[in-house]
Design a protein. Sequence first.
Length: 259
Amino acid sequence: MSLPRAQVEERLAQVEQDLADVDRQRADGELDDVWAERLRATYVEERNELQERLAAFGSETEPATPVRSGSRRLLAGAIVVVVAAVGITIGAVAALQSQDAAAGAEGVVSDIVGGQGVDLSQVSNEQLEDVIAQFPDNTPMRLALARRYFYAGEFDKALDHYMIILDEEQNPEALANVGWMTFLSGEPEVAVQFVEKAIEIAPEAELPYWYLANIRLDGLDDPAGAVAPLETLLGFDDLPDDLRTEAEGMLNTAREGAG
């Protein structure tokens, strides 16, 4: 899909404002130097790409909107997002997330923080952070901690760990949850690409279909596009009753909106 010149110009103006906000927040002590530099780098990358696209509007073919590393600017914006789930709270859908990451982390944590047989639920976030610092390549453990932060609404911390994971692999859980955070930060066009990729990699996971339906229906004003993921979601036998009820109501709304 191509973006019109006006929309590219609007995004470029927002990037310039974001850069100014980073400088102000850094000066006021709201951002530490590490996060400030990370944000500036992603904003500058996005600005450069938008400027290139504006320059290309003189050609016969408008530049397309790719999935690119510049999307990190939009992901970084989730740091300051207000937790406001669409249709159903994040806590209500948490049961759908796989527990494989927690299970994979227990062995390493046991050796570090308390001997064999430690219950991971009794290990604090601070202890997990310490263990991850010693074993930074242990993706299951990092996922377990990122999930904790995500469902607690601590999106800045969750995003930090998810982005480290995505630098190494296209992990479907990380893709889906980063997509959801991006949607909540007001960027549904970017969010949908992350969630669709998560479904492509792991079509057996329920939660990304819920995310995709919400993003298409409420973020992209595309009720017709929300029908298929909702129908797929409702085809899962182990869907929690409260989520099934929500999905059925949303499906009726989507079908009516699709005409």
